[in-house]
Design a binder for this molecule. Structure first.
Ligand code: ADP
Ligand code: MG
Length: 211
């Protein structure tokens, strides 16, 4: 359901099952093998490290930086054991988010929320993924910071990665996505291109319509 080079958004209210879906794809939650296909191959039963080695990286909800490590060490963890050819390296991440270069020796936890989110995105990019899963990267951040973070998306796409953004913010999702999936109670309730979805249909799929 995700094509190469595409950006899709998964929207849904708190508790809809978005993170569980991302964690299932990334191999953090165990599945039956055939429930997740990548390049047509079943990867549902693979552990997270093997899924990552195939080119799927996740920016987890809540960022999950290692508090005792510096910014640079947190970034390097993203490619541990797998020096991959590709657009992304420490220098490329510092070029994308220059503030991280200035703060590279600081502990991850000494950074602002937005900067921590940049580290989490950079860490995922360090594996030069073909698919980048971003779980609620705008949650809890000020609008101006969200804009800065989303400004990186075109360059991430230009590196060849397909991107999945999980958002509770419908407007943000519709702005960046080629295609949108809406979830409720663990299921997809709506799918389509942003231009083809009415506000009413999205609201019904997002909040549910109770007779
Ligand atoms: N498909 C599903 N079937 C049953 N329970 C689910 C399913 N998806 C998620 N859940 C449960 O619903 C709760 C909220 O899921 P979560 O993925 O954290 O939602 P979200 O990220 O959309 O807020 C969790 O306790 C999770 O285990
Ligand atoms: Mg979630």
């Amino acid at each position: 359901m995700l094509e190469a080079g595409e950006t899709i958004a998964v929207i849904g209210a708190n508790g809809a099952g978005k993170s569980t879906l991302m964690r299932s794809i990334a191999g953090v939650v165990a599945n039956e093998a055939g429930q997740v296909l990548f390049d047509g191959e079943p990867i549902g039963a693979l552990p997270a490290a093997k899924v990552m080695a195939r080119g799927i990286a996740m920016v987890p909800e809540g960022r999950r930086l290692f508090p005792s490590l510096s910014v640079e060490e947190n970034l390097l963890i993203g490619c541990y054991g797998r020096q991959v050819e590709g657009a992304w390296s420490l220098d490329a991440i510092y070029d994308l988010f220059p503030i991280l270069k200035e703060r590279r020796a600081s502990p991850g936890t000494a950074l602002s929320g937005g900067q921590q989110q940049m580290v989490a995105i950079g860490r995922a990019l360090m594996s030069n993924p073909r698919v980048l899963l971003c779980d609620e990267i705008s949650l809890g951040l000020a609008p101006v910071v969200i804009r800065d973070i989303y400004a990186a998306l075109p360059r991430i796409k230009a590196s060849g990665a397909s991107v999945v953004v999980v958002e509770q913010d419908i407007g943000q999702a519709l702005k960046v996505a080629d295609r949108v999936y809406c979830m409720m109670e663990g299921r997809v309730t709506l799918e389509g291109e942003p231009s083809g979805l009415t506000r009413e249909a999205i609201h019904a799929a997002y909040f549910g319509v109770h007779a």
